[in-house]
Design a protein around this ligand. Structure first.
Ligand code: HEC
Length: 152
């Protein structure tokens, strides 16, 4: 192999690796944190707004679909929570991305959110405690109770 070819091969290898890295080592969002702190936000009724679960629900909800609760059920079981986690992390929450739709779509435009959400601007500002919980999760905070961060 000539020196040139060698350099080329090495370079190409590096580029290929760079391209592949985000997928291979994709950071994951903490499941326990999602289950205990994020999910309740989807269930909560806010003044003048419908609950997230009223619209974002299987089988017909827009963009991301939460599992349907049966009458009498107040929260999701383990299996349903896993499915919710899957739905949310696939569609609207991306690890470390502060512009994830989950963060900017339900946030008031004047507070840094985007223009319009059919479900209303549920969080008036970034000071909102629930919004901060969502952000902390997207930015990689893990549940303090789970020793094995990153497991799902
Ligand atoms: C009244 C029904 C309704 C409610 C309540 C609702 N949404 Fe939505 N949401 C929609 C619809 C319809 C869309 C798709 C069209 C749009 O973007 O407005 C959507 C889209 C979204 C998107 C996707 C944005 C994108 O571009 O990918 C996110 C994120 C979202 N909603 C989050 C929430 C959260 C979080 C809540 C609760 C705090 C919530 N929604 C409550 C109806 C609702």
């Amino acid at each position: 192999m000539s020196k040139m070819t060698l350099v080329f091969t090495l370079l190409f290898g590096m580029v290929a690796e760079l391209g592949a890295a985000p997928q291979g080592s994709k950071p994951s969002l903490d499941y326990q944190f999602f289950k205990s702190k994020v999910q309740p936000i989807f269930l909560k009724k806010r003044e003048g707004r419908a609950r997230c679960i009223s619209c974002h629900v299987t089988p017909t909800g827009p963009v991301f679909r939460l599992q349907k609760l049966q009458p009498g059920e107040t929260t999701w079981n383990e299996e349903q929570s896993r499915k919710n986690y899957e739905a949310v992390t696939t569609a609207i929450a991306f690890p470390g991305n502060a512009k994830s739709p989950l963060l900017i779509h339900p946030l008031a435009e004047e507070a840094g959110g985007d223009l319009f959400h059919s479900g209303g601007k549920q969080f008036p500002s970034k000071e909102d405690a629930e919004w901060q919980t969502l952000r902390a999760w997207v930015m990689g905070q893990t549940s303090s109770t789970s020793a094995q961060a990153g497991t799902r």
